[in-house]
Write a protein that binds this ligand. Structure first.
Ligand code: SF4
Ligand code: SF4
Length: 169
């Protein structure tokens, strides 16, 4: 006990006059507050102000829709196999077109998806890519299962992600 009061006394003695009256320290604190008040803000007023992610961003996975109106996917099923969350269901069917197979049914359960990007990584056709879409809201479980109607996205909207993948994949 005696030792503690001795060390307190020693610390008090160590303080300079200006430290003892606190005023310079208060002024320093206020100066820092005012400096931060006029600095540019990093927070966004979402949803009025939208965040536009960079090409490296991994939003919800989507299927690439070619300019010809056909999906790129050849229904090989690799994405479905690699998906750690078992979120993808693909049903292949034959087609007369050059690629021979297409996904008759392609569904992603967005409640399961963990946005890992593995489906995108394994796809041999660049047919499934991570988009910039992060606005996902559902009112029931059925709505969270995205079929081709919600997944197919024009290639023109995915160009920067595709270029990013070609550069870094
Ligand atoms: S991003 Fe990951 S979890 Fe989501 S569908 Fe693709 S592989 Fe599955
Ligand atoms: S999206 Fe790619 S990996 Fe998945 S089934 Fe289609 S071609 Fe195969």
């Amino acid at each position: 006990m005696a030792q503690t009061s001795n060390s307190l006394k020693k610390r008090k003695k160590d303080l300079t006059f200006w430290q003892k009256i606190y005023i310079p320290e208060i002024a320093k604190g206020l100066a820092l507050t005012f400096k931060n008040m006029i600095r540019p803000k990093f927070t966004m007023e979402y949803p009025e102000e939208k965040f536009i992610p960079p090409p490296s961003y991994r939003g919800r996975p989507v299927l690439v829709l070619e300019e010809t109106g056909e999906e790129r996917c050849v229904a090989c099923g690799l994405c479905s196999r690699v998906c750690p969350a078992l979120a993808i269901e693909v049903q292949a069917a034959e087609t007369e077109r050059e690629k021979e197979r297409y996904p008759e049914k392609f569904e992603i359960n967005m409640l399961r998806c963990i946005f890992c990007g593995l489906c995108e990584e394994v796809c041999p056709e660049e047919a499934i890519v991570m988009s910039k879409d992060y606005e996902l809201a559902f009112t029931n479980r059925e709505d969270a299962i995205y079929g081709k109607d919600k997944l197919l996205t024009p290639v023109s909207q995915l160009q920067d992600r595709i270029e990013f993948l070609r550069k870094y994949k």
